[in-house]
Design a protein around this ligand. Structure first.
Ligand code: NAG
Ligand code: NAG
Ligand code: NAG
Ligand code: NAG
Ligand code: NAG
Ligand code: NAG
Ligand code: NAG
Ligand code: NAG
Ligand code: NAG
Ligand code: NAG
Ligand code: NAG
Ligand code: NAG
Length: 412
């Protein structure tokens, strides 16, 4: 009897302490001051969310905890200068830092894994002290920070990657091989260089206000938008498929588009308002599933293998443009949409003569188009005639020289 009741007492005591331990190491912890965090310093795993909302602390330190089972969410702590978590290795949920207007030191030296990262409105945060390197995050949103780089993030496979409005970021470099849902890099520092050297495929990708973009291994994307960048040139040597739309518009310095291996666009193709772009080249492009729209001041279009456009075709240049190859392709029934427009500036005799006199009014046979009767090209000389379909014609007053461009692997 005595023995048995002793056992019962012991098991009741054990149970009670287990419940206490579980209580203090789980649930949602609402932190307002350092003492709330000190209360969990004996929990190597904290099984729940930790919320730090509206705290007026200047410094907060998570000590002793190596993993958080839920989220760590720090919001609207307007005096917080330093947030550190020396022992923290993993966050099973989201690390959210939002509206921390005085935060300048973020030190998570052991952090290796988080499910997601959401950093918004951290105007004084200029570096991530993620010394171990966070190798694992599914969704990453970084917006309105003072970060100079993303050093500390060492991602391999991501779903969402959205980096916007970081006005001091000089370089955005990510190792990931895939970004499955959306990739959006917009409105950061004007001179930002973007490097995604290992990226092989991505979902919807959008780039705005980037200075250089390097994606030498990109093979396929759901959609690709390059809008309002300061890029001078672009080359994607391996990109072969865009399953949705491809838009290249309002890139004011862009002087060449070289998508040397692009064969299929499932959606629409738009190349518009790139004011320095004189030549539009898609040497391997065979089909466009939506509409094709080329608007700008170009004198040469070369799409020697294109034999199917399922939507309308609108080609409008403010330079001289010979549309006869497109007209033939249209007559051949290659363009399945209702709309067909191809116009250039009206031929100006003196310009055409001086172009001829300067010897730049050349016609070259494209190597890619032979054998296909229906591909389309147009050139910049109002006076050159193109009777042979499948030829890539080069000429006009733009001074563009010859045939097939040397295609490099990067956007520079
Ligand atoms: C934490 O705060 C939330 C509301 O933000 C509240 O619902 C919850 O009860 C609080 N938890 C504790 C343990 O105080
Ligand atoms: C981690 O998160 C997943 C999904 O939210 C959840 O199912 C799992 O229980 C969490 N693991 C821990 C240790 O809390
Ligand atoms: C943020 O904190 C300030 C002061 O600490 C408070 O006045 C304000 O209401 C909080 N904002 C939100 C959205 O909670
Ligand atoms: C990033 O991760 C890769 C492997 O995933 C590793 O080879 C590389 O050393 C890591 N870089 C850093 C800076 O941790
Ligand atoms: C960005 O790239 C350009 C061109 O390659 C280079 O001149 C410049 O130094 C780079 N900027 C930074 C911050 O690396
Ligand atoms: C890409 O965008 C299109 C159109 O907005 C949408 O239908 C599609 O689901 C998106 N794809 C991915 C992988 O997010
Ligand atoms: C790109 O190709 C990979 C591998 O073939 C495939 O898993 C992925 O779904 C493709 N993505 C798109 C956007 O087409
Ligand atoms: C490009 O950026 C300028 C300056 O911010 C803006 O006014 C314009 O609307 C943008 N154009 C497009 C097509 O986004
Ligand atoms: C495209 O433009 C970039 C930058 O001006 C240049 O480095 C590259 O050589 C050009 N490529 C072609 C094929 O003209
Ligand atoms: C071009 O794309 C095809 C698939 O359409 C691929 O087999 C080939 O390796 C690619 N070429 C280059 C240079 O990436
Ligand atoms: C090109 O510019 C014109 C006139 O500014 C505008 O109406 C049109 O929407 C622009 N197109 C694209 C695709 O940016
Ligand atoms: C078109 O380009 C030509 C040749 O570079 C230039 O002379 C002309 O001013 C440009 N026109 C427009 C409307 O930008």
């Amino acid at each position: 009897m005595v023995f048995k009741s002793g056992l019962q007492w012991i098991s009741v005591a054990l149970l009670a302490s287990a419940v206490r331990a579980q209580d203090s190491c789980s649930g949602t912890l609402n932190v307002t001051s350092q003492s709330d965090l000190d209360g969990i310093s004996s929990c190597s795993s904290y099984n729940g969310d930790i919320h730090v909302y509206n705290s007026d602390a200047q410094q907060l330190s998570i000590n002793g905890v190596s993993s958080i089972g839920g989220d760590l969410h720090v919001f609207n702590c307007t005096n917080l200068g330093t947030l550190q978590a020396g022992t923290l290795e993993s966050i099973n949920g989201t690390l959210t830092l939002e509206s921390l207007t005085t935060l300048d030191t973020l030190s998570f030296p052991s952090l290796a894994s988080v499910d997601s990262i959401s950093f918004k409105v951290l105007p004084r945060l200029s570096e991530l002290q993620f010394n171990h390197g966070v190798g694992d995050a599914t969704d990453v949103v970084i917006s309105d920070t003072n970060l100079e780089s993303l050093d500390g993030l060492n991602l391999s496979s991501v779903s969402t990657f959205n980096i916007n409005n970081n006005k001091n970021i000089q370089s955005i470099s990510v190792d990931a091989t895939s970004i499955s849902d959306s990739l959006d890099i917009s409105f950061n520092a004007e001179k930002v260089n973007v490097s995604l050297p290992n990226l092989e495929w991505a979902g919807n990708a959008t780039f705005r206000f980037c200075s250089t973009i390097n994606m030498p291994n990109l093979k396929n994307v759901s959609s690709l938008g390059l809008i309002n960048n300061t890029l001078y040139g672009m080359e994607f040597a391996k990109l072969s498929t865009v399953t949705g739309d491809l838009e290249i518009s309002s890139n004011s310095h862009l002087s060449n588009t070289s998508l040397s291996n692009l064969t299929t666009i499932g959606g629409g193709l738009t190349v518009a308002n790139n004011s320095d772009l004189r030549s539009i080249d898609f040497p391997q492009l065979e089909s466009v599933g939506g509409a094709l729209t080329f608007i700008g001041n170009f004198s040469r279009v070369s799409v020697p293998k294109l034999d199917e456009v399922d939507g309308g075709v609108v080609i409008e240049s403010s330079s001289q443009l010979n549309c006869s190859a497109f007209d033939s392709a249209h007559k051949n029934g290659d363009f399945h949409g209702d709309e067909y427009v191809c116009t250039g500036k009206q031929s100006d005799v003196s310009t055409a003569l001086s172009a001829s006199a300067s010897g730049s009014n050349t016609i070259k046979s494209g190597s890619g188009g032979s054998g296909k009767g229906s591909s389309a090209s147009a050139t910049g000389s109002g006076s050159s005639s193109s009777s042979s379909n499948g030829a890539a014609l080069v000429g006009g007053s733009s001074g563009l020289v010859s045939g097939l461009l040397v295609l490099l692997m990067e956007i520079v």
